[in-house]
Design a protein around this ligand. Structure first.
Ligand SMILES: C[N+](C)(C)CCCC[C@H](N)C(=O)O
Length: 288
C-alpha cells in the first residue's frame, strides 16, 4: 500500500488546522452556547475575557490527532481509488477516474476517518467550550485541565464508550460529505486544466477552497447535532440518540438551528482546505 499519501495528508492537514482553529472555536461556542449574539459578539467576548489564546483552546491535541485523521482521509481515499481503478496517484492525471469511483472512495474514507476522529473531536469540543480565562491564582478552575486530563475524566465519568459520544452523528456527517469534498475538488480541477496536465497552484487553491465550502455546507446540520451530542454527557440535556437530538433541537429552536455555524464553517473551510490541497499536491509531486 503506497504510504506517501498518508504522510502528505498528515502534513497538509496540520498546516490547514492552525489556520482554521480560531474560526473553529467561535463555531463550536456559537453552536452549543446561548450567550453570544453572533460571530462578532462571540469574537469580542472571547478576546476580552480570554485574550487571543482563547481562540486557540483545544488546539494542541488536534495537531497530534490530525496526523492520524488527515492521513486516514487522504490515504484511504487514494488507496480505495487504487483498488477500484488500478491507477496510482501518478497515473491518475493521464487516466482520470470516473466521478462514481471518486465518490465511493471519498465516502469510504469519510466513514473510516470518522471513527479515528471521534474521540479527538470530542475532547476538542469539550475544551473549546470551557470559557474560563486561563488559570490565574484565585480564579475558578476549569473542569478539564488539558486534553489528557479531559480524556481521562471522560473515561472515568462516562466510561470507555463515553469517548465515542457523538461518533454516530459524526459518521453520518462525514460519510457522504467527504464524497462531496473529493468530487467538488476533482470536478473544479478538471474544468480548468487541459487534459492530462497537472492543475496549476491557483486552480488547486480555488478548487480546494470550494471543496471545503461545499462539503461543510452539506455537513453543517449534522455538525450541530454532533456537537450537541458530544456536550450532552456533561451539563446539557441528554438525548436518546441522533434522531431525538434532531427532533428536540428543531422543536425547541426551529429549523434555523441546523444552520448554526454555517457562515463560520464556510469562512473557515476556504483557507483551510485551499492550503490543505495545495500542500498535499505539492508534497506528492515532490516525491514523484
Ligand atoms: C467532510 N467535512 C466537511 C466534514 C470535512 C472535510 C474537510 C476536512 C478538513 N480537514 C477540514 O477540517 O475542513
Amino acid at each position: 500500500m503506497p504510504v506517501e499519501e498518508f504522510v502528505a495528508g498528515w502534513i497538509s492537514g496540520a498546516v490547514g488546522l492552525v489556520l482554521g482553529h480560531p474560526f473553529d472555536t467561535v463555531k463550536v461556542r456559537l453552536q452549543t452556547q446561548t450567550t453570544y449574539h453572533g460571530i462578532v459578539d462571540c469574537m469580542v467576548k472571547t478576546y476580552r475575557h480570554e485574550s487571543l489564546l482563547g481562540f486557540f483552546k483545544g488546539m494542541s491535541f488536534p495537531i497530534v490527532s490530525i496526523a492520524v485523521v488527515n492521513s486516514v482521509l487522504f490515504g484511504v481515499y487514494s488507496n480505495t481509488l487504487l483498488a477500484l481503478t488500478a491507477t496510482s496517484h501518478q497515473q491518475r492525471r493521464a487516466q482520470p477516474p470516473s466521478y462514481m469511483h471518486i465518490f465511493v472512495a471519498g465516502c469510504t474514507s469519510g466513514f473510516l476517518q470518522a471513527y479515528c476522529l471521534a474521540p479527538f473531536d470530542l475532547i476538542k469540543v469539550r475544551l473549546q467550550n470551557q470559557t474560563e480565562p486561563r488559570a490565574k491564582p484565585g480564579s475558578p478552575q476549569p473542569r478539564y485541565r488539558g486534553p489528557v486530563h479531559c480524556a481521562a475524566s471522560i473515561f472515568q465519568e462516562e466510561g470507555p464508550r463515553g469517548l465515542f459520544r457523538g461518533a454516530w452523528a459524526l459518521t453520518l456527517r462525514d460519510t457522504p460529505t467527504v464524497g462531496i469534498y473529493f468530487i467538488t475538488y476533482e470536478c473544479l480541477c478538471r474544468q480548468s486544466t487541459p487534459e492530462g496536465q497537472n492543475p496549476s497552484s491557483a486552480t488547486v487553491l480555488v478548487a480546494g477552497g470550494f471543496a471545503g465550502i461545499t462539503s461543510w455546507v452539506a455537513a453543517t446540520p449534522l455538525d450541530v447535532i454532533k456537537a450537541r451530542m458530544q456536550m450532552a454527557g456533561l451539563k446539557q440535556r441528554a438525548y436518546q440518540g441522533v434522531l431525538d437530538c434532531i427532533v428536540s433541537s428543531a422543536r425547541q429552536e426551529g429549523l434555523g438551528v441546523f444552520f448554526r455555524g454555517l457562515t463560520i464553517n464556510s469562512a473557515r473551510a476556504f483557507p483551510v482546505n485551499a492550503v490543505t490541497f495545495l500542500s498535499y499536491e505539492y508534497l506528492l509531486r515532490l516525491w514523484g
